[in-house]
Ligand binder design. Sequence first.
Ligand code: HXC
Length: 260
Amino acid sequence: MSQRFGELGANLVIAGRRGDVLEETAIELRATGAKVLPVQCDVRNTTEVQEMVDRTVAELGGVNVLVNNAAGNFISPTENLTEGGFKVIVDIVLHGTFNCTMAVAKQMMKNSGGTILNIITTYAWTGSGYVVPSACAKAGVLAMTRSLAVEWAKYGIRTNAIAPGPFPTEGAWKRLVIPGLGIERKMKKRNPLGRFGDQIELANLASYLVSDGAGYINGEVVTIDGGEWLKGAGQFNQLEKIPGAAWKVMAAMRKRGKKK
Ligand code: HXC
């Protein structure tokens, strides 16, 4: 997303916990021609978040766009979680989003507004077993998105969200794809489009939503998952597993029934 924003002319502030990773990423992103400010920051820490915003204003003059993308997640049977395991995810995802949103929005309010984009997930509304802390936290971010879209429109701040399906990244795949179980093949198979998302598809959607071209979109969640969650939700979608011959038998039975 940052790469695409840079290509489209934005200056960038990237934040994360590991300074060395940030520095390397900043070098890559500068190839787009953007000014890039890497800031070491844990989104759970309100002091660090405020410092990130202060440095942004000092070095880039202001902030127009906030993408709340920081997340934490792991797969675990819920009965095995400790209080600390639940808390760490909620702290990163829900509190982290709130912390960054508050600090940046106050800056946006001083100017003529801005736009906030929250990265959520399709199980923010369906829920999902084995990722309960993440599902609870992302549901909270969804509620925050819709609430602030209404409350802060008066300050010229638009708030939207993206719910991505499977987009392969090193971090996500390390957590999701247990080797040797054919998980990637199964994930592709259960997707109506039969493939994973391309990074550029997500980057283009994010670019559009934060651009002036999307100026009347506020409080919306755009799903970008190839139709994955709908396939799981539709009551009769599993009928695709019925072989062609069985449909012919059913049609013949129906015709016989009509003749009687
Ligand atoms: C159960 C776990 C656990 C696990 C940690 N905990 N990992 N419980 N299963 N796999 C528990 C610990 O026991 C501890 O509880 C508590 O969580 C805090 O753990 P720490 O390691 O001290 O926390 P911290 O160092 O802050 O690390 C946060 C983290 C870590 C989220 C746990 O994995 C991390 O930093 N991840 C990087 C970001 C990330 O997760 N990205 C993925 C984003 S989503 P106790 O009670 O013992 O103190 C994504 C999409 C796909 O990529 C993901 C699908 C699953």
